[in-house]
Design a protein around this ligand. Structure first.
Ligand SMILES: [Zn+2]
Length: 320
């Protein structure tokens, strides 16, 4: 998709584009849920619900992350496209320069689009009979309050220098279905109890679990059809079809994005960035998505996740 496509240039076209994604089967009143009973008002793009008891006015942005902004819909559509197609993410500064909007607008666009990309947790377990799910954890950056963190109890994988996963770094746990979806979590501490909970809650017990030799997974591994691990300390990364490469691939893109694009991310927002990378991973080209389709998926996710101006503003102030 080039930026000369009509939805990027014309406000009416942008509105129709978003409407088609949000309401493929006819316009739905966001207040009462009635379908196709609305009529047009004098203002373009504003509808009034025809249900007797309702009569609510709404637009395509009502009840979405786009609600109550003065940002043009063409800009929204472009921002969705840019964030969906940039492998390492897109900072507010980049968006501000590329779209020629104020930095403040760019900042809100970024946060709201990230929210649209968050899956909302309404998905079933990963894996299943005969399927491989890889579990792995990584550490990067610095935590904001290292003095309050204890050492991890389950010893994470030791590297060649025999160091443990450091307690003063941010921990991220990833579960990746081989050839499929990922679910990724920022945790305060990647200790055994935390990791076990995440694995049990998100992975189908009929799956084969693949990990490295970390003690974090030894106990929980028994809950699955099988638990196989490669021994990184012994230089073993692949044994037959046993490996952690899908999780490693996710971490590699994630870390490059976090250091290259979002180097100043406050730890309390990290889960938002994690969602963003998870979204792009789960709609990656290998799974058949084009950049355009990925952007459309994000726009579809905009519904029902309203982030108010005040809430984002508070978030911003806290992070200073
Ligand atoms: Zn209604």
């Amino acid at each position: 998709m080039k930026f000369d496509a009509p939805q990027f240039r014309d406000e009416t076209e942008a509105r129709r584009y978003i409407e088609a994604l949000r309401w493929p089967g006819g316009r739905v009143c966001p207040k009462c849920g009635v379908i196709g009973a609305e009529y047009e008002t004098k203002r373009e793009g504003r509808y009034r619900c025809g249900a007797k008891e309702c009569r609510k006015d709404f637009t395509v942005t009502t009840g979405t992350v786009m609600e109550a902004t003065h940002i043009k819909l063409t800009v929204w559509v472009m921002a969705f496209y840019l964030m969906a197609s940039s492998k390492k993410g897109m900072s507010a500064h980049q968006l501000h320069r590329t779209l020629d909007v104020t930095y403040k607008s760019a900042w809100f666009l970024c946060h709201r689009i990230r929210l649209a990309m968050a899956n909302g947790g309404l998905v079933g377990p990963l894996g299943g009979s005969g399927q491989v799910v890889e579990a792995d954890e990584t550490y990067f950056g610095r935590v904001s309050n290292p003095e309050t963190r204890s050492r991890t109890t389950g010893q994470p994988y030791k590297n060649k220098k025999n160091q443990r996963g450091p307690a003063n770094k941010r921990a991220v746990v990833a579960l990746v279905e081989r050839g499929g979806q990922a679910r990724v979590f920022h945790v305060a501490e990647a200790d055994r109890v935390t990791v076990e909970k995440i694995v049990l809650k998100n992975v189908d017990p009929a799956s084969r679990l693949h990990t490295d030799e970390s003690n974090l997974y030894k106990r929980v591994g028994a809950e699955f059809a099988s638990h196989e691990s490669v021994k990184h300390t012994a230089g073993e990364y692949v044994r037959g079809d046993v490996h952690n490469n899908s999780a490693e691939n996710f971490f590699s893109v994630f870390k490059r994005g976090m250091t290259g694009t979002y180097q100043h991310c406050d730890e309390k927002h990290l889960h938002r960035y994690v969602s963003e990378f998870e979204f792009r991973f789960n709609t990656r080209t290998k799974l058949g998505y084009t950049d355009t389709q990925r952007a459309q998926r994000a726009i579809e996710g905009a519904e029902g996740k309203r982030l108010t101006y005040r809430r984002t503003n508070e978030v911003e102030q806290q992070s200073v």
